[in-house]
Ligand binder design. Sequence first.
Ligand code: PMP
Length: 429
Amino acid sequence: MTAVLDTTVTVTADVVAEQGTPIFDEGHCPGTTSLAPVVGGTQTVPVSGGREVRYANFDYAASAPALTEVAEAFTAALGQYASVHRGAGHLSQVTTARYEQARETVRRFVGGRADDTVVFTRNTTDSINLAAHILPADGEVVVLDIEHHANLLPWQRTGRARVVVARSTFAETLAALEAELAARPAALLAITGASNVTGEVLPIRTLTALAHRHGARILVDAAQLVAHRAVSLASHGIDYLVFSGHKVYAPFGAGVLVGRSDWLDAAQPYLAGGGATQNVALEETTWHTGPARHEAGSPNVLGAVAIAAAADAIDHLGYELIGYHERDLLTRLDAGLAGLEGVTPLRIFDDVDERVGIAGFVVDGRTAREVAEHLSEHHGIGVRDGKFCAHPVLRRLGHADGAVRASFGLGTSSDDVDRLIAALAELTR
Ligand code: PMP
């Protein structure tokens, strides 16, 4: 099966490292190539005039393509796949070991503490719904209005959410959060690590210290972060961290919640059913503690294995290299967009420079849908248009009708960026 995987073989960490340091001199800029092979990296698509062009995927922030290494690990696990946590058969044991090993790999990947619980879920949305489910009964949660709906609606539904409207600078926003937490205690600050609309990265250490100073825990929505930046529960002091496999090059339907075990063990099981139970009688059930408590039913073993493979692949490449590649492309993209008439970039904060590979923007005189359709139909370029499941912040920024988002990652090259800019230049001319 691996033989049919379609990949673009480019620069890997090994190749770059062999070239000695400094790695990124003028003559060898990693941004001129993609950084790692992804499945479907050379896929062509039809465009106007009956032509076929290589697909330029600028929608990584929605779902990133699978890394080749992830697809290979997935295929290997599939070849030995059998029931998990059930059978005495050899392959059942192999599969169970793979699943539990994936848990430990994820723990290591996000710097989980030894006593943190690592729960496999369906995605970030599921993980935050689980977090809302384990929130202590009298606990309130503070959130910003810039959040993806996944980090708003589960809290809204508890009836115990307090929303702070972000200000035009992060410094003022921090002061507003501080005032909110000081005015009334909260159990939790639930906040994004990076905006899915603008890519702006929030300073986690500062936020963690803020929450803890006021006796609150912190949950970081790392859906847009972990593919791009190193994050560590232990060293950043994060209490709960959530992310999705499909945004870290493991699009096989699994997600993660990692964090403090006390709330998880005190809460009722998220799902009632087999696998979560210690002992069942018709009148009464005793439940497991630990991850099994919230993973009733047959888990997505292969999804978890894929996330672990992605974690290993990212660790192998290293965040330093990933950061170089991404900054290089982002600088190129930002500069290209800045040179276009009538294109306005989206920003939430005036004082946040750090961004992951996301550029949100609007084009004068064109709806976001028109721009996205034009890029697809005439240039074979895939971007996202709409409100990015972040309606409150889009509305507050004055773009209630939506915007365009170009996002990229390990499989993106500077050629892709140049194609996007050239296509937009043609459209805006
Ligand atoms: N949070 C953020 C910041 C996101 O970007 C997304 C996905 N766009 C989510 C949460 C939800 O992720 P999922 O759809 O995988 O549940």
